[in-house]
Design a protein. Structure first.
Length: 103
């Protein structure tokens, strides 16, 4: 797992043609706005999250965020345990996000 600032996250994401953005917040949080292109995968629905995480393509690079960076950090650690080596946590989460949001 790598923790990235918003600037690092955006720069790396922009040049990554193998990137997947994951929003691991609850549906209620997502309804308030999300980063364009993000796939929603609620980490608080533990069994569903774990099952879907096991099905993910291990060759992809996952850029993961939540509200403040805590849950996305947990998701990155789980991904690493599942053999997904390229998981990047957005430090500060969407609360620190200064970019575009879709509502």
């Amino acid at each position: 797992m790598t923790n990235l600032t918003q600037e690092q996250w955006c720069q790396q994401l922009e040049s990554d043609d193998n990137a997947v953005i994951l929003d691991v917040r609850t549906p209620a949080e997502v309804a308030e706005g999300f980063i364009p292109g993000a796939i929603k995968l609620n980490i608080q629905n533990t069994s569903d999250f774990y099952a879907k995480a096991q099905e993910l393509d291990k060759s992809k690079n996952y850029y993961i965020y939540c509200l403040s960076g805590g849950r996305s950090g947990q998701a990155c650690a789980l991904f690493n345990a599942l053999g997904i080596k390229n998981a990047y946590n957005l430090m500060g989460g969407i609360m620190a996000w200064k970019g575009e949001l879709v509502k």
